[in-house]
Design a protein around this ligand. Structure first.
Ligand code: CP
Length: 318
């Protein structure tokens, strides 16, 4: 694998999940693979899970790891081409990226949507510049429109906990005080569409995701109806994708908060969320603290997902 920006880079998804579960049984089996290799993790945005799990994954593989927080202690970076740099940004990505590439073998990049331009976000301008100008393998630690390490960890978690061969998985919008990107639901949909599951997306009207990710999923605007018989509930907030409301909050309807009321009509579903989560906005305390909640297991699997991806990239460098 050269780069990792989406589900397509994993090839056969069943084989990728099997490989991940093998790695989980002995995560130090490949500790020589990354010897004398350096992983650079570049963060334009905050992180807890991605930072720790990806660094741990690199260390499990014997790599040296470095972290750069672009907004804390580094020069402010210009990302647009052709601008007159007379503002507060001291360095352009066009120099910064190849310099970063000169210090490492693999680069992980976290750069959220800025919501100023849907075109800029959905063309994946930042991560694609890293791919183009670093000269190194690049993987997404959540880009403007995708979070494929999260979705891979989610699929591994579903595989571990499913109780039927083809479970019903429901991605549900839930309220949040801030405007959040579509990256997590986009990637979750992308992975679920490739997996052997019955996939349903539920959200209020106006929150339709891009067709490139929704594909064959069934979309239901009635959350209670969508939850009937579900085996997994994956809650997440996202802001509007469709024009003219791109990046806007259209609803804070608390009746969409996942509670015992909705979980009662599921097939004793597991509850999932990528974290961080706003308790009693996205999900009630009772549900997230309940015995069917998988949020900690999901977060733990971030290490396994990252290790599988970095291992495959390292194997491509040999
Ligand atoms: N789920 C996730 O990506 O968490 P962080 O933002 O803490 O990395």
């Amino acid at each position: 694998m050269r780069n990792y920006t989406g589900v397509k880079d994993l090839g056969n998804l069943d084989e990728a999940v099997k490989e991940a579960l093998e790695i989980k049984k002995n995560r130090f089996a490949y500790k020589n693979l990354g010897e004398n290799r350096t992983l650079l993790m570049v963060f334009f945005n905050s992180s807890l899970r991605t930072r720790l799990s990806t660094q741990k994954a690199g260390m499990n593989l014997g790599m040296n790891t470095m972290v750069l927080d672009v907004n804390q202690g580094a020069w402010k970076l210009e990302t647009e081409r052709g601008v007159i740099m007379d503002g507060d940004k001291s360095e352009h990505l066009l120099e910064a990226i190849p310099v970063m590439g000169s210090y490492c073998d693999i680069i992980g990049v976290r750069s959220f949507a800025n919501f100023e331009s849907k075109k800029f976000d959905y063309e994946e301008t930042i991560i694609n510049q890293f791919i183009k100008y670093s000269g190194k393998s690049v993987f997404s630690m959540e880009s403007a429109t995708c979070h494929p390490l999260q979705a891979f960890a989610d699929l591994i978690t579903i595989e571990e906990h499913k109780e039927t061969a083809r479970p019903k998985v429901v991605l549900s919008w839930a309220p949040h005080p801030n405007a959040l990107p579509q990256a997590v639901p986009n990637s979750f949909a992308d992975f679920m569409n490739e997996a052997n599951i019955d996939f349903v997306i539920t959200h209020p009207k106006g929150y339709e995701l891009s067709e490139q990710f929704v594909r064959n999923a069934r979309v239901n605007f009635d959350q209670m109806n969508a939850f009937e018989g579900a085996d997994f509930i994956y809650a997440k907030n996202w802001s509007a994708f469709q024009d003219p409301n791109y990046g806007k909050i259209l609803s804070k309807d608390m009746s969409w908060t996942v509670s015992d009321r909705q979980m009662a009509i599921t097939n004793n579903a597991h509850f999932m969320h990528c974290l961080p989560v706003r308790r009693n906005m996205i999900v009630t305390d009772d549900v997230i603290d309940g015995p069917r909640s998988l949020v900690i297991q999901e977060a733990a699997n971030r290490e396994i997902a990252a290790q599988t991806v970095i291992k495959r990239i390292l194997e491509g460098l040999q």
